[in-house]
Design a protein around this ligand. Structure first.
Ligand code: BGC
Length: 722
């Protein structure tokens, strides 16, 4: 065991986690003293809205084990006051910044711990398979490698604070429509190479819990799917934590035999107050329909995870009351986290267009600016409405369980006004429909900022006829017309889009639209982080975590309205499809501009392979390390960060998509500075799923490494052979 850090009486000291074996050793001692009922109790939810958190388990006495508090959301503590409303998971992905992603998770971990939450219900790691997917923004990318890094850094940051993370939703829950009844049907290779990839990475990062999803997979509900929970999670990936159901996603008592360990929130459904666990699970054990050993294993997994995160030591009392927030004790956990939110908001802002270097604005030259569109202004309903399921004002989060209430919010108009001070005279209109007024204001201004958005969320709430998934990829609230009207009269039009994913941009080539920014969903510091980029305080380095197509039909997968969702595009998800079908995107995956310029040179690749020769003369590659280095120079006129991206092509014989992201580094370079950037690719990055042998295999043949600034801006290429 590593030396435990001194916990003292402080709640927020970094925790030295136990290893799984150390934790199991402690857990077994307690669980072996538990009765059948006690073991069942700690696996069973107390019931919907029965407890302080969105999910609560029963505790036990003699031996003592506490009731656990499980709480959303992936971007901050939900249903709570005095917490931080940070940037979305999609923004974390857009930052392509491992350190910043960890720092975000670390501060969230502190807030969850401070509020006495045992289990953080995140990260969200389903993929952007269909651009309209209602919850895409909670996680945020079409690329499994990027999702894997975001997820693993998030899990480390959260769990280093002693809070258990529960990655969700396992698995293939990529759309909201029919999520409770549909079956996502998939082949083993696609499952492994795309959708399972990020789950594998969080297990490597030591995640404590995984939440199984509502939907079926190949005909069997995910929460009672023996292949998924036992074969894949336990045997293949060596997962030692516990599987928790999504809310009301348990479909039978027998699910425990397939690997379900915890039932949330407790009842069968909102209408049926009985439970598949609790007394029914006890009965099943007594009648030998479920072996008691399995229930012991479930209890062991939960208690082990709790010990692993050191929740036996100085864990704060729960300071939340999710369904009666007015009764929650006062506890402010915000510290200075707003500074990180502001930084990450700026670091994830993607500059899509910047002709004539219109941005950053020179505050000494610009005299007047127009700010137009409801998305620039404060929420017109109230700052917080139930699960953020209302519109009006700037978009800072989507809606549903993935949201948190805002302590305050700096909208773009407020942020820009503050940053412009008395140097720029601002006129604004927040009405999207009054084009005449917009034109009037835009006409006289040196610069016209026009804002618009596109929103989505979880299917539990419907907003403006949107049941969760988006109905289309267009801007909401007259956005396209507003943008065109403004651009027609102002030759320095700057478009700002807050959106939950890609939107169509029919106005993109309008000659008067000189700049376009995508700040995603930036949370409470929205206006300040936008102003930091607009004024050049921060040089943008955000990159698109998804492909923006020119047309709706350019995407190969959309919301499926039937109950059988065939993942028939297989590996061709996102840019892999655009690459293989030779479709030119409007803005490719990994794309984003900077205020400076970067040059690449001198790509080198070194391969180190271990090969096993069998007695029959065949050879198997057992391990490989590929080291790639490249020099990147900031040849522009200001300091800035480049996101250097490494893509890999597999040998032709593997029938893989043209290229796969397999590394990225955010390199901060002063003006004129050059750095050597290194990528190390190992077995995980170099393997494909071999359906014949049912395992990961490093194929032999010619590989190509592509290094560049986006998936379509490849600067240097080199081929190597394994
Ligand atoms: C969502 C989960 C969430 C749970 C608890 C479900 O509807 O799918 O992501 O963690 O509710 O709020």
């Amino acid at each position: 065991m590593k030396t435990a850090s001194s916990h003292g009486s402080k709640e927020n000291l970094p925790i030295e986690l136990l290893s799984w074996d150390e934790a199991y050793y402690k857990a077994e001692k307690i669980v072996s003293r538990m009765s059948l009922k006690q073991k069942v109790d700690i696996t069973t939810g107390t019931g919907w809205q029965k407890g302080l958190c969105v999910g609560n388990t029963f505790g036990t006495k003699k031996p003592n084990f506490p009731s656990l508090c499980l709480q959303d959301a992936p971007l901050g503590v939900s249903f709570a006051d005095n917490v931080t409303a940070g940037v979305s998971g999609m923004n974390a992905a857009a930052s392509f910044d491992k350190k910043a992603i960890y720092a975000r998770a670390e501060y969230m971990g502190k807030e969850f711990r401070g509020k006495g939450v045992n289990v953080y219900l995140g990260p969200y790691i389903n993929m952007i398979r269909v651009p309209e997917g209602g919850r895409n923004w909670e996680g945020g990318t079409e690329d499994p490698y990027l999702m894997g890094i975001v997820a693993a850094e998030t899990v480390k940051g959260i769990q280093d604070q002693g809070v258990i993370a529960s990655a969700k939703h396992f698995i293939l829950n990529e759309q909201e429509l029919n999520r409770n009844s549909s079956s996502s049907n998939i082949d083993a290779r696609t499952l492994h190479e795309i959708y399972l990839w990020p789950f594998a990475r969080v297990i490597e990062a030591g995640i404590g819990s995984i939440m199984c999803s509502f939907n079926k997979v190949n005909g069997t509900y995910a929460c009672e799917n023996d292949y998924l929970l036992n074969t894949i999670l336990r045997k293949e990936l060596g997962f030692r934590g516990f599987v928790c159901s999504d809310w009301f996603a348990t479909t039978s008592t027998g699910a425990v035999k397939s690997g379900l360990d915890m039932n949330m929130p407790g009842e069968i459904s909102l209408e049926n107050y009985d439970t598949y666990f609790g007394h029914n699970l006890i009965k099943a054990a007594e009648s030998k329909n479920v072996p008691e050993d399995r229930i012991t294993d479930m209890a062991n997994r939960i208690v082990t995870t709790w010990f692993k995160m050191r929740q036996d030591q100085n864990f704060p009392d729960t300071a939340l009351n999710a369904f009666h927030m007015e009764y929650a004790p006062f506890k402010n956990v915000q510290e200075n986290h707003k500074e990180l939110v502001r930084e990450l908001g700026a670091a994830s802002n993607v500059l899509l267009k910047n002709t004539k270097n219109v941005l950053p604005l020179d505050l000494n030259k610009v005299k007047t600016a127009a700010i137009i569109g409801s998305d620039a202004g404060p929420n017109t309903n109230s700052l917080n409405c139930f699960l953020n399921g209302c519109t009006g004002g700037t978009l800072m989060e989507g809606w549903g369980s993935g949201t948190v209430y805002f302590p305050y919010a700096v909208d773009p108009l407020a942020g820009l006004t503050k940053a412009f001070g008395n140097k720029i005279n601002i006129k604004s209109t927040l009405n999207d429909w009054d084009l005449q007024k917009a034109v009037e204001i835009a006409r006289g201004a040196d610069y016209a900022f026009v804002f618009s958005n596109s929103n989505s969320g979880e299917e539990i709430i419907s907003v403006e006829d949107t049941m969760g998934d988006r109905n289309n990829l267009s801007l909401w609230h007259n956005g396209d017309k507003l943008i065109n009207a403004v651009a027609d009269v102002n030759n320095n039009t700057i478009v700002v889009i807050h959106s939950v994913g890609p939107v169509l941009m029919p106005w993109i080539n309008h000659p008067n639209i000189t700049a376009v920014l995508w700040p995603g969903l930036p949370g409470q510091e929205s206006g300040n982080s936008l102003a930091d980029v607009v004024t050049g305080k921060v040089n943008p380095s955000g990159r698109l975590p998804y492909t923006i197509g020119k047309n709706y039909i350019d995407y190969n997968a959309h919301i499926n309205t039937s109950d059988a969702i065939e993942y028939s595009e297989k590996l061709l998800v996102g840019y892999k499809w655009f690459d293989s079908a030779n479709i030119e995107p409007l803005f490719p995956f990994g794309y984003g501009l900077s205020y400076t310029k970067f040059d690449y040179r001198d790509l080198r690749v070194g391969v180190n392979a271990s090969v096993r020769h069998s007695s029959t003369g065949s050879k198997t590659i057992t391990d490989v390390t590929v080291i790639t280095t490249i020099y990147v120079l900031n040849s522009g006129s200001v300091d800035g960060a480049e996101i250097v991206q490494a893509y890999l092509s597999f040998p032709d014989s593997t029938e893989s998509p043209p290229k796969h992201l397999r590394g990225f580094e955010k390199a901060f370079l002063r003006r004129g500075e050059e750095k050597n950037i290194l990528f190390e690719l190992n077995k995980s990055e170099l393997s494909i799923w071999d359906t014949f042998s049912n395992r990961w295999k490093i194929p032999s043949g010619n590989f190509t490494i592509h290094i560049g600034a986006s998936s379509r801006d490849i600067r240097e290429i080199m081929t190597f052979t394994i």
